[in-house]
Design a protein around this ligand. Structure first.
Ligand code: BES
Ligand code: MN
Ligand code: ZN
Length: 499
């Protein structure tokens, strides 16, 4: 993770900077004092380059000059101005600018370990968000490379015009520092291969967090057996790796007795499909089938790290879905924690079985004011929404709107999906209370209806993140790979309730 410090400037350019990123806010950027000062140092070359390259300071625009002056090795202009049809929230726009700034530095072969970001007057307030974006954009999972790729600078100094008090800036950075650490931890968890990250090692990572105020409880196989987690344990039974349910507790509200918010995550550390085995092509991606659990752990750690004024519970079900002589068979009937029985017609529809027990147990045990579950649940949601939106299913319109709003602010976008009785009826079984599949058409909604049978009347939302937990293409703040989707979203959802 790159380190960051902030400084105010009275005059620019800073003498010692060899690598400089200068941010440009839309149309008027050439009149800004910082821009003009660099242009003078470079004897008008900056203004000339801007003209020649038709750089307008729009979001996503970059202009790079290598060795433009004696002491300056590289100078990048990064646009932060709104485009005409801007679909980004302000927050996203500033974050992305930070990401683009870092990527411009990384693209050159210069091996500078330090760089400076310089903000114009107009962006004086956005130093923390820009640093946050740079940190997210700088992420790389390089644990298993013998030779490290050139990663770009390890340290950024952010020069800002000092419009915001040091106190206000450091308060804002404290929160975003905590949040970025949590997002990157979630990305690490999702990136780890399934031979390294399995239920027990996932549990060990959660226990190693040691964040003040964040307590964990563990349910092992014996505990889950006596509680009657038949649905979750059926999924786990084909694996040599023992399953765990981990509960993370955080009490930050003034009223420590206030009903908590509950976040629940699917943590299938590898999904082979079980006896209903998946095709070989692409199966390796199923190491990411714990993306919901990773997001919940990330969100809980962010709340604890920034000392959010909320009571929250995180519950993750950690299991591996494997094939063996002991594996669950298609047609098996299991009894869930809620008492409802399930005919497992397809062992690859395992996420809903894990969540069924978690949801009912969470509702009974913690009496939460609301439940939000995150899960890489269905391939069908990827077909419907691609990698742009996660599917949002809910039994509560107000909760749904709050989550959507948090999605708009953070850029972790949600799209509301339909539910209803007609879907639900397709889950009726001939020999049990329900079956776990009901045909391909609308199967993401079907999965949501399955979960709904375990939530009772608690306000609840299900986020199907199968398309958003992993990115095949990199963006400004999400290099190709694990996105950490859900951490910023849940954190923002809580932040809006705090005020
Ligand atoms: N983990 C998968 C869903 C998934 C697909 C996640 C693609 C990420 C990317 C889930 O357990 C699954 O296998 N779902 C099946 C359900 C079907 C058997 C009803 C699916 O979507 O095909
Ligand atoms: Mn599956
Ligand atoms: Zn799965």
């Amino acid at each position: 993770m790159i380190s960051v410090d902030f400084r105010t400037y009275s005059s620019v350019p800073p003498e010692t900077a060899h690598s400089v990123v200068l941010f440009c806010d839309g149309a008027g950027f050439a009149r800004d004092a910082a821009f003009q000062s660099f242009d003078r140092t470079l004897q008008g070359r900056l203004a000339k380059a801007v003209k020649a390259q038709e750089f307008k300071g729009e979001t996503g625009q970059t202009l790079s000059l290598l060795s433009p002056g004696e002491t300056i090795l590289q100078l990048h202009l990064i646009g932060v101005g709104p485009k005409e049809k801007n679909v980004l929230s302000d927050r996203e726009r500033f974050q992305q600018a930070g990401g683009y700034g870092f990527q411009a530095l990384k693209k050159t072969k210069l091996k500078e370990k330090k760089a400076v970001f310089i903000l114009p007057e107009a962006l004086g307030d956005e130093a923390a968000l820009i640093a946050f974006g740079a940190r997210l954009g700088a992420y790389e999972f390089s644990l298993y490379r013998s030779e490290k790729k050139e990663a770009g600078p390890a340290h950024l100094t952010i020069f800002h015009p000092g419009k915001k008090s040091d106190q206000a800036l450091s308060a804002q950075w404290k929160e975003l520092d905590a949040l970025s650490e949590s997002v990157l931890m979630t990305r690490d968890l999702v990136s780890e291969p399934a031979n390294v990250l399995y239920p027990e090692s996932f549990r060990a990572r959660i226990e190693a967090l040691q964040i003040p105020g964040l307590e964990t409880d563990v349910l092992d196989r014996a505990a889950m057996t006596s509680l009657g987690f038949g649905a979750l344990l059926g999924v786990a039974q084909g694996s040599a790796k023992p399953p765990f349910t981990i509960i993370l507790r955080y009490q930050g509200a003034t009223d420590r007795e206030a009903a908590p918010i509950a976040f629940i995550g699917k943590g299938v550390t590898f999904d082979s499909g079980g006896i209903s085995i998946k095709p070989a092509a692409g199966m390796e991606e199923m190491k990411t089938d714990m993306g919901g659990a990773a997001a919940v752990v990330g969100a809980m750690s962010a709340l604890a790290r920034r000392k959010a004024r909320v009571n929250a519970i995180g519950v993750v079900g950690l299991v591996e879905n494997m094939v063996s002589g002991d594996a669950q068979r298609p047609g098996d009937v299991v009894r869930s924690y809620s008492g409802q029985t399930i005919e497992v017609q397809n062992t690859d529809a395992e996420g809903r079985l894990v969540l069924a027990d978690l949801l009912a147990y969470t509702r009974d045990t913690y009496k939460p004011c609301l439940m939000v579950n995150l899960a890489t649940l269905t391939g069908a949601i990827v077909v419907a929404l691609g990698h742009e939106y996660a599917g949002l299913f809910s039994n509560d319109a107000a909760l749904s709107q709050e989550l959507e709003q948090a999605g708009r602010v953070t850029g972790e976008s949600l799209w509301p999906m339909p539910m209803g009785e007609a879907y639900n009826r397709r889950l009726d079984s001939d020999i049990a209370d329900m079956k776990n599949i009901g045909g391909r058409p609308g199967s993401s909604s079907l999965a949501a209806e399955f979960l709904k049978r375990f939530v009772g009347d608690t306000p609840w939302a299900h986020l199907d993140i199968a398309g958003t937990a992993w990115c095949d293409k990199g963006t400004a703040c999400i290099p190709k790979g694990a996105s950490g989707f859900g951490v910023q979203l849940l954190n923002q959802f809580v932040a809006e309730r705090e005020n």
